[in-house]
Ligand binder design. Structure first.
Ligand SMILES: Nc1ncnc2c1ncn2[C@@H]1O[C@H](COP(=O)(O)OP(=O)(O)O)[C@@H](O)[C@H]1O
Ligand SMILES: [Mg+2]
Length: 304
C-alpha cells in the first residue's frame, strides 16, 4: 500500500467519523415531544405534566411546557405564571407572534419555558400544519417539550397529538380510569403514536393492600401500556399545587416529599434509566441529594 493510499484511507475515515458525529449531534439536538394525555378529566394530566417537566429541568434538561388544553387553561396557575403571560399558543399558531415571544420562564429559570393555552379561542380555524410548524420551530431548542392535553379528542387535541414522539397516559388508581387509559392508548396507536407509557396517579397503597383498589401487579396485567411510574395520592400535593410549588423547585436542602420522589423515578425511567417503580419511596433524601439533580448554582456555571 502506498503512502498516498494510506492518506486517502485516513481522510475517508476522518470524514466518516465527522459525519457520524454530526448525525449524532443532530439527533440528540432534537427535543423529545411528549404528549401527556388521557380521555378523563381530573386524573392528573396537568399535575403530571408540570411536575415531570420540573423534574426533567432539575435533572439538567432544557424543558418547554405547552398548555394544549385549549378548553380549560390552567397550567399557568399550576406553574405560578398566572399574571406573567402575554401571548398564548393561538398567537403562535396563527402567526401573530413567534414561539419565543410567547414563552415565559418558569420561576425565572433559564431553560424552563412555558407557553399558555388561549384563554378564549376566537372563531378562527387553525390548520393542522400550523401545529407541526410550531413544534418543529421549537424542538431544536429544548431537550423535552411537554404538551399537556385536554381530555376530549378535539381537532386541536389531534393536531397536538400528531406532533408528539410519544405519549404518557395518565390514569387514576381506579379500574374505570385504567379502562379509559386503555381506550386512549388504542386511539393514539391508531394515530401512529407507537411509544406509549402509563402513569398511575393518586395511588393509595393502603387501599390496594386491603384489596379495595387494584394493586400495581393487577394494573400491569390489566393494561397493555408499559408502566412508567406511580405517583402516590397526597393531600400535600394538592396544597403544594395551590401554592404553585413544583417538584425539585423548592429549597434543595429540604427533604423531598413522596410525590417528588415518585416524579424523580418517572423522569429517570423516561430518560432510559433502570429504576425500580417505588425506588426510594421509604427513604426520602434532601432534594439536592438525588443523583443528577442540578443545583441552580451549578446549572448557571455549566451554562456559561
Ligand atoms: N397524586 C395526587 N394526589 C392528590 N391530589 C392530586 C394528585 N394528582 C392530582 N391531584 C389533584 O387532582 C386535581 C385534578 O388534577 P389535574 O392535574 O388538574 O387533572 P387533569 O389535568 O387530568 O384534569 C387537582 O386538584 C390536583 O391537585
Ligand atoms: Mg388538565
Amino acid at each position: 500500500m502506498t503512502i498516498d493510499t494510506i492518506n486517502v484511507i485516513i481522510i475517508v475515515y476522518d470524514c466518516i467519523e465527522s459525519i457520524q458525529r454530526l448525525v449524532k449531534r443532530g439527533v440528540s439536538a432534537l427535543g423529545r415531544v411528549i404528549f401527556v394525555t388521557g380521555f378523563k378529566g381530573g386524573v392528573g394530566k396537568t399535575t403530571v405534566s408540570a411536575n415531570l417537566a420540573a423534574t426533567l429541568y432539575a435533572l439538567g434538561n432544557k424543558v418547554l411546557v405547552i398548555d394544549g388544553d385549549f378548553g380549560m387553561r390552567c397550567m399557568d396557575m399550576v406553574l405560578g405564571l398566572e399574571s406573567e403571560t402575554l401571548f398564548d399558543c393561538s398567537d403562535v399558531l396563527t402567526g401573530r407572534c413567534s414561539p419565543t415571544a410567547a414563552m415565559c420562564e418558569v420561576r425565572n429559570r433559564t431553560g424552563f419555558s412555558f407557553i399558555p393555552a388561549p384563554m378564549n379561542l376566537a372563531d378562527e380555524k387553525i390548520p393542522k400544519s400550523a401545529f407541526a410548524d410550531f413544534i418543529n420551530e421549537v424542538r431544536n431548542d429544548f431537550d423535552y417539550i411537554i404538551i399537556d392535553s385536554c381530555a376530549e379528542m378535539t381537532d386541536y387535541y389531534m393536531a397536538f397529538a400528531a406532533t408528539a414522539d410519544e405519549a404518557v397516559i395518565v390514569t387514576l388508581h381506579q379500574s374505570t380510569s385504567v379502562r379509559a387509559a386503555e381506550k386512549t392508548a388504542a386511539r393514539l396507536s391508531m394515530m401512529g403514536i407507537s411509544k406509549l407509557s402509563l402513569v398511575v396517579n393518586g395511588y393509595r397503597a393502603s387501599f390496594a393492600e386491603k384489596g379495595k383498589l387494584p394493586d400495581i401487579v393487577e394494573i400491569i396485567n390489566r393494561s397493555s401500556v408499559r408502566l412508567l411510574g406511580v405517583v402516590p395520592y397526597g393531600e400535600k400535593l394538592q396544597a403544594s399545587q395551590e401554592a404553585a410549588e413544583l417538584a425539585f423547585m423548592g429549597d434543595m436542602k429540604k427533604k423531598a416529599s413522596k410525590w417528588e420522589a415518585a416524579f424523580y423515578n418517572i423522569a429517570q425511567r423516561l430518560c432510559g434509566k433502570r429504576v425500580l417503580l417505588f425506588a426510594g419511596a421509604e427513604s426520602l433524601k434532601k432534594r439536592g441529594a438525588y443523583k443528577g439533580i442540578a443545583l441552580q448554582e451549578n446549572r448557571e456555571i455549566r451554562e456559561e
